[in-house]
Design a protein around this ligand. Sequence first.
Ligand code: ZN
Ligand code: ZN
Length: 138
Amino acid sequence: MDDRFGRVFRGVKRIVDLLVDPLRKNPNAAKFDLSIPEAHTTTVDGDTGWASRPPAWVTCPQCGSDIHQRDVHETIDCPRCVATYAPNEFAELELKHLQCPVCGNVMEDGIRHPNVFTMPEWATCHRCHYHWEFDHLF
Ligand SMILES: [Zn+2]
Ligand SMILES: [Zn+2]
């Protein structure tokens, strides 16, 4: 057994004990746990899931103008021509960009599984650091 590994392990265990101990002694620990169901997401302002997708701008296939879809449930209605698309037709339209729901900035978006998804799986705002994920990271 590598002694260095043992030392590191004991060190990690002590840190975990320090973090867990105050909760064990706290009679309100159960209530505390309920208030933070996902501790790993609390440090970042953001949302998860397709229903919480940021507002999007897509290109109208008929006239080429920009269509703003404020949320995933909204009908995609071209402001210039008669084209309208149901919310579930979003994936067939060309996405220009997602818009940050917090500060309105253009977001950077990307795909983690290019063979499975054609729509962005994440988007991040470089101005206010709002971050959206299609699915949980963990
Ligand atoms: Zn149009
Ligand atoms: Zn922002």
